[in-house]
Design a protein around this ligand. Structure first.
Ligand code: NAD
Ligand code: SF4
Length: 427
């Protein structure tokens, strides 16, 4: 076995033990251990008892939504691809790079066969013969673990020609990204996989209709695909897991000022408040100030009784939860996010390229005490206009956190204009 570098000792806990059944405490990279704990039995069941349409119906009934953040119904995406003639491709998007997001990492590094098994079943359902795992360059150990696990699965006959003696053949290739956040955007990912510069394409056409090499391609997130063996195993009982319409397990990466940062697994009837409790509550029993849902939204302390589901009032997204306490400065936190977007904008659209640069500079004025009321107006102007002139999710969301913070924490902006940082960090 190869030496795997840089595997952090992530804290993980679960109230339901489905996605984290093997990964909660241990790393189950050994295929024998995976098999003796029930692994690859969902694949055997899928290939021997179900035809692809049966599995599609199970995924439809499961209400599974994409766990990469957008929450798009998985079965609907699969149906779009199936409405196009083969060859079809499956891509697992393992380029998770949203600030504060490290949930896919735990599956990749601690239970890689769960993802591989999910991909094989998805490949069977989609009539695909080839799948790719596009993994971010910053996960070198994850890439090695997946390569080794894929090789072990090939040796056991779970991958390759005539899987388990059927006429279904499928293989998986691992492709490492080179550290660009934009390559997690599905069309930039496809460009990168085709050997081109990772710039997003205009959509439509969506990849399900015209993706890799112009062929119908399903791009699914790691956690989404890891749900597939669980759905096949539980069949209709999957609908007993979690609230109506949002069935199944969900992972939540929690970081910041909680006692036990880590990855948590729960059903989606959990509230944001309960998730913070699950992570041990506030560190040093400080007062909660805000939650950053990655870079996409900011919640204030009086908004944490929302469910962690995909309903209009739910938390949705990747489940990323960055917890700020009374000692944290909203401006300071926004600057981290703004620096990220300014750095990661691919530069194709002028409003995104220039706007992310400008909003960072304006936030820095709040930090160094030179901002005026006019700068609030400028931030609002950029927040309205960057998304309008952008073609991909990065540009659409680059100002979300700032706009949310302006609505919910305007007093902190005003305080900085008046030369005061409520957390005592700036100036
Ligand atoms: P989107 O809502 O445009 O699309 C979601 C998925 O549904 C895509 O796969 C898309 O191809 C498919 N789809 C949507 N409409 C379709 C149609 N009519 N026909 C066929 N397929 C269709 O979202 P997006 O731009 O792909 O992704 C944005 C999301 O990515 C954000 O919500 C953000 O949370 C998330 N994100 C996650 C990370 C991470 O690290 N996990 C990083 C950046 C962004
Ligand atoms: Fe690139 Fe930004 Fe345009 Fe997306 S919106 S394509 S990241 S410039």
């Amino acid at each position: 076995m190869r030496y795997y570098p840089n595997i952090p000792d992530l804290n993980a806990n679960s109230s339901i033990n489905l996605l984290l059944r093997r990964a909660k405490e241990n790393r189950t990279t050994n295929i024998e251990e995976y098999i003796t704990t029930g692994g690859y039995s969902a694949l055997k069941k899928a290939l021997t008892r179900f035809n692809p349409e049966d599995i599609l119906i199970l995924v439809e009934e499961s209400t599974l939504r994409g766990r990469g953040g957008a929450g798009f119904p998985t079965a609907r995406k699969w149906r779009f691809a199936l409405s196009n003639p083969p060859p079809r491709y499956l891509i697992c998007n393992a380029d998770e790079s949203e600030p504060g997001t490290f949930k896919d990492r735990i599956i990749i590094e601690r239970d890689p066969h769960l993802l591989i098994e999910g991909m094989i079943i998805a490949g069977y359902t989609l009539g695909a013969e080839l799948g790719f795992i596009y993994i971010r360059g910053e996960y070198p150990a994850g890439a090695m673990i997946l390569e080794d696990a894929i090789e072990d699965a090939r040796k056991k006959g779970f991958l390759g020609k005539n899987i388990l003696g059927t006429d279904f053949s499928f293989d998986i290739l691992v492709y490492r990204g080179a550290g660009a956040y934009i390559c997690g955007e599905e069309t930039a990912l496809i460009e990168s996989l085709e050997g081109k510069r990772g710039h997003p394409r205009l959509r439509p056409p969506y990849p399900a209709n015209e993706g890799l090499f112009g062929k119908p391609t399903v791009v699914n997130n790691v956690e989404t695909l890891a749900n597939i063996p669980i759905i096949v195993t539980y069949e209709m009982d999957f609908m007993n897991i979690g609230p109506m319409g949002y069935y199944g397990p969900k992972l939540f990466p929690v970081s910041g000022k909680v006692k036990n940062p880590g990855v948590y697994e729960a059903t989606m009837d959990l509230t944001l408040r309960e998730l913070i409790d699950m992570a041990g509550g506030m560190k040093n029993d400080k007062k909660l100030k805000a939650i950053f849902a990655g870079s996409l939204a900011v919640y204030s302390a009086d908004e944490i009784d929302i469910p962690l589901d995909y309903s209009p009032k739910g938390f949705g997204g990747t489940g990323t939860t960055i917890v700020l306490d009374e000692d944290d400065c909203i401006i300071d936190a926004l600057i981290v996010i703004a620096e990220f977007f300014e750095h990661e904008s691919c530069g194709k659209c002028t409003p995104c390229r220039v706007g992310t640069y400008e909003q960072l500079n304006i936030l820095r004025k709040f930090q160094n005490g030179t901002a005026t009321e006019k700068d609030i107006e400028l931030l609002e102007y950029l927040g309205k206009n960057i998304p309008v002139g952008s073609i991909c999710g990065l540009g659409y969301s680059a100002s979300n956190a700032i706009m949310d913070a302006l609505r919910k924490f305007k007093d902190e902006f005003i305080a900085h204009i008046n030369g005061e940082c409520p957390a005592g960090i700036c100036f």
